[in-house]
Design a protein around this ligand. Structure first.
Ligand SMILES: Nc1ncnc2c1ncn2[C@@H]1O[C@H](COP(=O)(O)OP(=O)(O)OP(=O)(O)O)[C@@H](O)[C@H]1O
Ligand SMILES: [Mg+2]
Length: 238
C-alpha cells in the first residue's frame, strides 16, 4: 500500500493552501502529520482522499486516484472528518454506522465489533446530532473505520476525547499498525509523543509546505516545534 503525493498543490478561494508537496506514505504503518492551525493538514488529508480539487498527482499503489471509481476508492481509503458534524447525516447513530456498510455491500456483522470497541452501544438509537463532543468523535471514527479500509486518514482523532476514548483510539491504532496504513493529522505534540513507539514517520508541515520529515526524535527538538508553532513537550512545565 503506497499513497503518494507528487508536486501536490491546492488552491482554495484563490489562495494557495498546499504548495508543491511531495510525500509518500508506505503501509502498513502509522504516520503523523504535525503542524499548527491553518498549516494545511486537513487539506492534505482531503486531497489524499480525493475529496477536493488539486494540482499535481496523487497515486495509490502507482495509480492516479482521480482515475479510481469513487466506490472503489471508498473501499480503500477511509477518511474521518476533523469535525464529526460534517460527516453526520443519518437519523440515528446505528444508521450512521451502518450507512457505509450498506453502500459498499459489506456484511453488517462488522458493526457490532466496532460498536463494542468504541463503547457506543448506549447511544445507537440517538440522533448523532445530540451527542456530546467526545461521543460524536467516537461515532464519527467508528462510522468510517467499520468498513475496514486498508488506508485510514484520521483528522485530529484525539480532539475532545477523554482518557477512555483515547485508550480505545490508541488501541485501535496499535492493533492495526501492521495491517493498515494509518495517517493521523494533528497539531497535538502530546498525542504524537504518546504514539511515538508506533510512528514510522512524523511529517511537519507549516504554511502549506513540508518543513521536516523524521522519526519521533523530532518531538524532542523544542526549537523546531516552537518555530513551527506547535507546543514543545515541556511547554506545560515552563
Ligand atoms: N474553502 C476554503 N476557502 C478558503 N480558505 C480555505 C478553505 N478551506 C481551508 N482554507 C484555509 O486553508 C488553510 C489550511 O486549512 P486546513 O483546514 O488544511 O488547516 P489545518 O492545518 O487542518 O488547521 P487546524 O489545525 O486548525 O485544523 C487555512 O488557513 C484555512 O482557513
Ligand atoms: Mg485541520
Amino acid at each position: 500500500m503506497i499513497l503518494e503525493a507528487l508536486n501536490l498543490s491546492v488552491i482554495l478561494n484563490g489562495k494557495k493552501i498546499l504548495k508543491n508537496i511531495t510525500v509518500s506514505f508506505r503501509g502498513p504503518g502509522v504516520y503523523y502529520i504535525l503542524g499548527p492551525n491553518g498549516s494545511g493538514k486537513s487539506t492534505l488529508l482531503k486531497a489524499l482522499a480525493n475529496l477536493i480539487e488539486f494540482k499535481g498527482s496523487i497515486l495509490l499503489n502507482g495509480q492516479d486516484i482521480r482515475k479510481i471509481r469513487r466506490s472503489d476508492l471508498a473501499r480503500k481509503i477511509g477518511y474521518v472528518w476533523q469535525n464529526p458534524l460534517y460527516g453526520f447525516f443519518e437519523a440515528s447513530v446505528e444508521r450512521e454506522i451502518a450507512f457505509i456498510l450498506k453502500n459498499l455491500n459489506i456484511p453488517r456483522e462488522k458493526m457490532s465489533e466496532i460498536v463494542k470497541f468504541f463503547e457506543i452501544e448506549d447511544f445507537l438509537r440517538r440522533s448523532p446530532f445530540t451527542l456530546s463532543g467526545g461521543e460524536a468523535k467516537r461515532v464519527s471514527i467508528a462510522s468510517v473505520i467499520v468498513a475496514d479500509q486498508p488506508i485510514i486518514l484520521l483528522d485530529e482523532p484525539e480532539a475532545e476525547m477523554d482518557l477512555r476514548g483515547l485508550d480505545c483510539l490508541i488501541e485501535y491504532i496499535k492493533r492495526n499498525k501492521h495491517k493498515k496504513l494509518i495517517i493521523v493529522a494533528s497539531h497535538n505534540t502530546i498525542f504524537a509523543y504518546k504514539l511515538r513507539k508506533v510512528l514510522r514517520k512524523i511529517i511537519i508541515i507549516n504554511d502549506g509546505r513540508i518543513v521536516r520529515v523524521g522519526n519521533a526524535e523530532l518531538l524532542t527538538d523544542r526549537d523546531l516545534l516552537r518555530e513551527v508553532g506547535v507546543m514543545p513537550l515541556d511547554w506545560w512545565e515552563e
